[in-house]
Design a protein around this ligand. Structure first.
Ligand code: NAP
Length: 248
């Protein structure tokens, strides 16, 4: 098992890509610190992992709350030992609006969760890894972090910021035993694609995705696990698109 007994933190682990990633890492021997704000679904993730013979514990952690991020990570390290693998995945989709109609509260919430949330987690994870022999981090950006996303500028801006943090940290810690990479998923079938966006994504998949289908959360989890692993030992500060060919 490639992650035998390594402690792995996953944010947004109650649903979608985060849940699939938590399961994948546990299947590969990791002890998973599964964090989210959805307690009930978090408990489901844990029981799925345990039924599979894996080890995981749920921690309630709002990534936008920097004090909570610090306290939770300290608690998890005291419970299980230093974090060696981290997946900063928690995120929200958007209030869709053209730029001149974006509301303050929608902008602020998007930045708080999708940008500050990733930054707060990275800061604690890197500090821990620097003091305990290194590690590997994967941030979840999006195709919207590489392209404009007309009608959802705040989401696109936030996901561009995630790539900026990834590239910068990739440079900073390259000789210090910490690799930092990102994934850019395209249209992935998870609960984030709620009714409002469903029709738009269906159209996009039909017209712009060469594979003509949505991706599955497990397909993203497979790539994240590979990036975290030693198989990806010469990759840092970069991102991998998981998009059925969209970006080509
Ligand atoms: P999802 O199924 O909605 O999962 C996101 C999880 O994050 C949910 O459990 C959500 O809880 C949780 N969360 C929301 N705000 C949080 C906070 N402040 N602190 C901690 N957890 C929080 O969506 P997903 O598709 O798996 O999304 C995971 C990541 O992939 C996101 O960063 C998203 O932007 C990115 N992504 C998704 C797609 C796609 O097509 N699905 C494409 C590109 C990128 P609640 O359900 O209670 O809100």
């Amino acid at each position: 098992m490639i992650f035998e007994k390594r402690v792995a933190l996953v944010t947004g682990a109650s649903s979608g890509i985060g849940r699939a990633t938590a399961i994948k890492l546990a299947q590969n021997g990791a002890i998973v610190i599964a964090t989210d704000i959805n307690e009930e679904m978090g408990a489901e993730t844990i029981s799925m992992i345990e039924q599979d013979g894996g080890k995981a514990k749920y921690y309630h952690m709002d990534v936008a709350d920097k004090a909570a991020v610090k306290a939770t990570i300290l608690q998890a390290v005291s419970d299980f030992g230093p974090i060696k693998l981290a997946v900063n995945n928690a995120g929200i989709g958007g209030a869709f609006a053209p730029t001149h109609q974006v509301q303050d509260e929608d902008w602020d919430r998007m930045m708080a969760i999708n940008v500050s949330g990733v930054f707060y987690c990275m800061r604690e994870e890197i500090d821990c890894m620097l003091h305990h022999g290194g590690g590997s981090i994967v941030n979840v950006s999006s195709l919207a972090g590489l392209n404009g996303f007309g009608g959802n500028g705040p989401y696109s801006a936030a996901k561009h910021a995630v790539l900026g943090l990834t590239k910068s940290a990739g440079q900073e810690y390259a000789t210090l035993g910490i690799r930092v990479n990102a994934v850019c998923p395209g249209a992935i079938r998870t609960p984030i694609i709620h009714e409002q966006a469903e029709e738009m994504f269906q159209k996009m998949v039909k017209s712009r995705v060469p594979m003509k289908r949505f991706g599955q959360a497990g397909e993203v989890a497979n790539t994240i696990a590979w990036l975290l692993s030693e198989e990806a030992s010469f990759l840092t500060g970069t991102s991998v698109n998981i998009d059925g060919g969209f970006q080509a």
